[in-house]
Design a protein around this ligand. Structure first.
Ligand SMILES: *Cc1c(COP(=O)(O)O)cnc(C)c1O
Length: 385
């Protein structure tokens, strides 16, 4: 048996193609979740599965004691969109954030006269499930039972409140640009640009958690591009491997960690980095051809339309790119919608207390978008009674 950590829908999927899934009774579903923003190039993407198969036939894993060419190549791609810097590979978002925290802590220890170790994060944030990233997560409901936590985390109410929380021990600020699990809440671009400038003046590191927003989820390679900032550290995971577990930390701070300071057995192995390269190349092509932007616009129009058609249920449309939400007036309405949508065989996610969240594959077809929204409308019409 499994530990009881998830409340699962009663369905077993046996195959998928792009944004379409089939269960064991061959019933068809439209997938607006892509496994929580992971299957970014869709299910059973031919280019991706061919690359994975080809790699698996040669070497899957060799450890980080030896050079790994696809790891170096993927690092080059991630750095190309970043500027100048280096990459550390791990296996998940939480691990990427742990790595970022370790880089910040060591930076705070070796730079300057006094040890700086405090990290400011935001209320309503989500940074992972390990003890430190849980502490970094500014949602008290996650903290119950698991203390004591490591010291040195401070929460700010919003971007402006960060300035009030800075003291002489502050070494870093870790934020999402669009809070994902918190409900799909984008921050204001000018506030973020100002924050970047202010932190730079004070030599405080800006760590941007792009575990959910990274790799074209918002329409740009990094959400940091959308916000026109260059953080000291960016963390990645979800969409990078197209379903193969991988996490990454991209940073200009290439001299902080030394051999022995940090590591990962699985991190950046042949299989996951080969997958990462393929995902990046597939999506680069989608972006360049204009197809990704067309899809984003099409999807957005559908959301706006449905929000207009059901004004008693939805208050607003939020998010960027294909990281979207319809905000409902309360939690009960939201939960009811997700349940009804599942009955009509369209998969959507919840986020925060009153968001219906949409994270479809970035390769979703117009037909799949149409069909998904038709099903959603059916569900909403049934929800009226
Ligand atoms: C999902 C998520 C994480 C945690 O990633 P895991 O791979 O589950 O550890 C961290 N930060 C953000 C912003 C996320 O969306």
């Amino acid at each position: 048996m499994l530990l009881n950590t998830y409340t699962r829908f009663d369905v077993k999927f046996v195959k998928g193609k792009n944004a379409t899934l089939w269960d064991e009774n061959n019933e068809k579903y439209i997938d607006f979740t892509s496994g929580i923003g992971v299957v970014s190039v869709g299910h059973a993407n031919e280019r991706l599965f061919n690359a994975i198969c080809e790699q698996a036939k040669k070497i899957i894993h060799i450890s980080n004691l030896y050079k790994i060419p696809p790891q170096e190549k993927l690092a080059e791609i991630l750095v190309k969109y970043y500027g100048e810097g280096g990459v550390f590979f791990c296996n998940s978002g939480a691990e990427a954030n742990e790595t970022a925290l370790k880089i910040a802590r060591k930076y705070g220890e070796v730079e300057g006269k006094i040890k700086r170790y405090k990290i400011i994060t935001l209320e309503n944030s989500f940074h992972g499930r390990t003890i430190s990233t849980l502490k970094a997560t500014g949602q008290p409901k996650f903290h119950q039972y698991f203390g004591p936590f490591p010291d040195g985390f401070t929460y700010a109410k919003d971007i402006k409140d960060i300035y009030n929380k800075i003291d002489n021990k502050t070494v870093g600020v870790m934020i999402e640009l669009i809070q994902g699990e918190g409900g799909v809440n984008p921050f204001d671009k000018s506030e973020i640009k100002k924050l970047e400038k202010e932190l730079k003046k004070k030599d405080i590191l800006l760590i941007v958690d792009e575990v959910q927003t990274g790799i074209y989820r918002t329409g740009e390679f990094y959400a940091s591009d959308l916000y026109e900032i260059c953080p000291d550290i960016i963390t990645l995971a979800k969409g990078l491997g197209g379903g193969v577990p991988i996490g990454a930390v991209v940073t200009r701070l290439t001299n902080v960690l030394k051999p022995g300071d940090h590591g990962s057995t699985f991190g950046g192995n042949y299989l996951s980095t080969r997958a990462g390269i393929e995902v990046c190349e597939i999506l680069q092509k989608e972006k360049k051809s204009g197809k990704l932007d067309e899809r984003i616009e099409y999807f957005e129009n559908k959301l706006v339309e449905i929000a207009k058609e059901f004004p008693l249920m939805f208050e607003s449309v939020a998010g960027y790119g294909l990281m979207r939400a319809l905000k409902t007036k309360d939690t009960k309405t939201r939960d009811e919608i997700i349940k009804k949508a599942f009955e009509e065989k369209v998969l959507v996610l919840k986020a925060g207390s009153h968001s219906v969240r949409f994270l479809p594959p970035l390769t979703i077809s117009f037909e799949e978008i149409d069909e998904g929204f038709e099903r959603l409308k059916l569900a909403l019409n049934k929800g009226k009674n």
